[in-house]
Design a protein around this ligand. Sequence first.
Ligand code: PLP
Length: 472
Amino acid sequence: MKPGEFRKHAHELVEWIADYLENKEKLAVKSQVKPGEIFSRLPDGPPPEAEAFEKIQKDFEEIIMPGMTHWQSPNFFAYFPANSSPPSVLAEMITATLGAQCMIWDTSPAAAELEEKMMIWLRDLIGLPDYFEGVIQDSASGASLAAIITAREKSSGFRINEQGFPGTPVLRVYCSEQAHSSIEKAVKISGIGKANLVKIPVRKDFSMDPVLFEEAVWDDIQKGYRPCCVVATVGTTGTTAVDPLREIGEVCSRNNIWFHVDAAMAGTALILPEYSWMIDGSEYIDSFLFNPHKWMFTNFDCTAFFIKDAGRLIRTFEILPEYLKTRTRGQVNDYRDWGIPLGRRFRALKLWYVMRSYGTVELRNKIRSHIEYAANLKKMILAEDDFEILAPVVINVVCFRYRPAGYSTERLNAVNEKLNHTLNDSGKIYLSHTIVNGDYALRMVTGQTDLTYAHVEKAWELIKTTAREITT
Ligand code: PLP
């Protein structure tokens, strides 16, 4: 592609992007294609000769777009959001254009120093103590893996990295029954072994029971195990339950256990002073993560990972081959030593654009309004006799179900599953589900960048009418 052609197509593409952002709400939010449909429309191999951009773009619109689910649609209420925003998109264009590998300070000093500064901005915005240092990781899964491996190294006196496991007592990791599956994955990959992940039962509000946690630790010590790490969740995936950090932290402090906190989505609510209770006990935390790529208007991937003693993280991950030696080592942050991958995208740029474009006042306003929408949705649900709320609404997730009178539990589960599929197949809204105490629950998250209360009201009307229609 010659420079003139690039300029022309780039302009066309910006028009396409702006049109998409303006009209995304009108598209079927969940892709309606069948398995294999896209694959069968693609050729068996790459073209031998160059193809025109127009032709590629036409195929993109005709073949690829129907197979896309529109995560940026304000009718997207499923999972947790992966929200983006115009300033973030613009910054991503620059990042793609620069194409820099920001693995060490020398390979792009601005990337390293902007990242260091952005982590300070974020740390202060969410109210973590100022001794925390931060680094951007790809995902919450990757950051939790880095935390658990660091905890493993600390527990073994940094021996496992060097010599493997022989001679080390069996390590134990704890999390609640409601923790995200990424914790189990991290425990498996770290070599600690799934059998050594102890899932602590939860209380009525789905938060970890700290008394049972302490009992599990004592029990393990008695059996000769070495408690290594606990992962508390601030905002569980199912119902956004918040584990009691102070009580868990006190047990950690008494037993020398690494305290990692996964606040993947809910961490963004910490920018609101009224949500600071969620990290009461933060002085006990060793590592903490949240995802601006979920609820803080910043494109995936962008996980803010904070650590009390960065030296331990670096000691766990650093490796210094000849070709990566620099004259600045020791004076700067070489972020390749702060996690698993060597190569790193320039992810701090989009955070800078987002935080400056919104400003903290507007960021707080938006997050507050999302939380308010969830509270209002809860009220609307409670006002209907044939619907019920299934879990406390703590932040911006509402778990509920349709409950016509006289139905057995099995029949209610089947009806709600059908309701979920019918809504999603309509293309009008997208919800996901969870199981709450054995009941199939619809799960509606209010966190989309362009969400207004009108979208929530419209979605609720659709849910009510669809539910009543499918049971008549
Ligand atoms: N932790 C929690 C509590 C989550 O809800 C999720 C995903 O929704 C994750 C971790 C995994 O996030 P990621 O996709 O960034 O790995």
